[in-house]
Design a binder for this molecule. Structure first.
Ligand SMILES: Cc1cc2nc3c(=O)[nH]c(=O)nc-3n(C[C@H](O)[C@H](O)[C@H](O)COP(=O)(O)OP(=O)(O)OC[C@H]3O[C@@H](n4cnc5c(N)ncnc54)[C@H](O)[C@@H]3O)c2cc1C
Length: 414
């Protein structure tokens, strides 16, 4: 016997958990969200993609977010020395949102949680899932520890694991598998952006390419602070010595474009390091559970796909569970795993080809090919399921082929 019984238990109240909970509540399911942290809490993942606006809209979470006046993101700029490649989401192959936001996640995530609490969703903060036992029929009993150390149990027909890097079910059920991506690591902080230039230049999200494996992000927020971070091979990140403040300050010298703007600025907290951040799993679902967001998979921050993947997978998981609760059969392999893997595989190709240098070659090639740019722009906006886009449908081949053509043209002209 458990202390409480629900249709669906959602683990974690990040964007993934909140989108799932919002959809399930609207469809009349009895749900509970259990979240380990006290909110607001810091989490990285601040540059969103237009595609996630569809998810917030569909789950009724868009208006509460719009009211916050977060910094609007209308594209993304990549720079490499003097070369620039600027994507504008209004010029993309796939129909859809042309903008999204750059958000301090502590502020963003608490807006979602407060909205759900206001709507009467049962969310408990500062309670940690420490164990789950599944019965043969897929129902489960979850053990929760409160911050006072009290133990409670919850019975559920389904569990949505949206626990991010907590990776509750991957750990408990031994589902973790090594990522196929390179070992990359990151160090980042927020700064008071006191030398921020006026206008567009000051607010534009930018990725400054230091070398093929190493890049620097600048994500300005509407509150005057800016997120900055370096990404590089784990060996590169580990080659810097001292505490994390010294390491990040030393790395900043590598950015010709931004060094002056951020020289000597105060970090608002000790820079955070995450090593070997890419994660994967053997199964995305099982009897009585489904993994969403980072708990399922995390590729790489270079195309800001994390939150969008988290909300895409959460919304789909919530829809399929609702169907099953209405006794409509669901083929989880086809309707969930295949669909999610399709999108993940497109992004995975782009991440891999970024670090081989092929994609960087295409981004910085001049003159630009406007049609190719529109098609790649749709991928960068998160519309990675649109098979009318050749850069989605033929992602395995096309990036390599175009990079090869650029090489051949260059060879001829030399
Ligand atoms: C260096 C770096 C940069 C990134 N930059 C971007 C970016 O620019 N844009 C982007 O979209 N993504 C980015 N990401 C990815 C992004 O951080 C995640 O994809 C996103 O936060 C996933 O959302 P989520 O809801 O799955 O998990 P989270 O937002 O991490 O939420 C999970 C929640 O589960 C809770 N939890 C954990 N364990 C338990 C437990 N045992 N019991 C109860 N609750 C628990 C946690 O407290 C947390 O609140 C970046 C990642 C890295 C590593």
């Amino acid at each position: 016997m458990s202390d409480e019984n629900v249709d669906v238990l959602v683990i974690g109240a990040g964007p993934s958990g909140c989108v799932a909970a919002s959809y399930l509540q609207k469809s009349g399911c009895v749900i509970k969200v259990v979240e380990k942290s006290k909110f607001p809490r810091f989490v990285i993942g601040e540059s969103l993609l237009p595609r996630c606006m569809d998810h917030f809209e569909e789950t009724g979470l868009l208006d509460c977010l719009k009211a916050q006046n977060f910094e609007v993101k209308e594209g993304a700029r990549f720079i490499k020395g003097k070369e620039v490649c600027d994507f504008d989401f209004s010029k993309k192959h796939t129909e859809g949102w042309n903008w999204t936001w750059q958000v301090p996640r502590a502020d963003f995530d608490i807006v979602l949680v407060n909205e759900l609490i206001e709507r009467g969703v049962d969310i408990t903060l500062e309670q940690e899932v420490i164990d789950v036992i599944f019965n043969d029929d897929g129902t489960s009993i979850t053990t929760i520890k409160t911050k006072e150390g009290q133990i409670n149990t919850i019975g559920a027909k389904y569990i949505i694991d949206s626990s991010g890097y907590g990776r509750v079910l991957p750990r408990l059920l031994n589902l973790e598998k090594p990522s196929e991506l390179l070992n990359q690591s990151s160090i980042f902080a927020h700064v008071k952006d006191v030398k921020r230039p006026e206008g567009w230049e000051g607010t534009r999200i930018t990725f400054d390419v230091i070398d093929t494996r190493t890049w620097f992000w600048v994500i300005p927020f509407s509150n005057g602070t800016t997120s900055i971070g370096f990404v590089g091979s784990t060996e590169f990140i580990e080659s810097f010595t001292g505490n994390s403040t010294k390491k990040l300050a030393d790395m900043l010298k590598l950015s010709d474009y931004y060094h002056d703007r951020f020289e000597g600025v105060d970090f608002l907290f000790h820079p955070v390091e995450i090593k070997n951040y890419s994660k994967s799993v053997t199964n995305l679902y099982g009897k009585g559970y489904v993994l969403t967001g980072n708990s399922a998979e995390f590729l790489d921050p270079v195309f800001s796909s994390g939150v969008t993947f988290a909300t895409e997978s959460a919304l789909l998981a919530a829809k399929l569970i609702t169907k099953e609760l209405q006794n409509i059969p669901v083929n989880w392999e086809v309707e969930y795993a295949d669909y999610i893997k399709k999108g993940v595989n497109v992004f995975a190709t782009y991440v891999k080809e970024w670090y081989t240098g092929n994609l960087q070659k295409i981004f910085f090639h001049k003159p630009e090919n406007p049609e190719i740019k529109k098609q790649i722009c749709a991928v960068l906006a998160g519309y990675v399921w649109d098979e009318t886009n050749p850069f989605v449908k033929n992602h395995h081949r096309l990036v390599k082929t175009v990079a090869h053509i650029i090489d051949m043209e260059k060879g001829k002209s030399e």
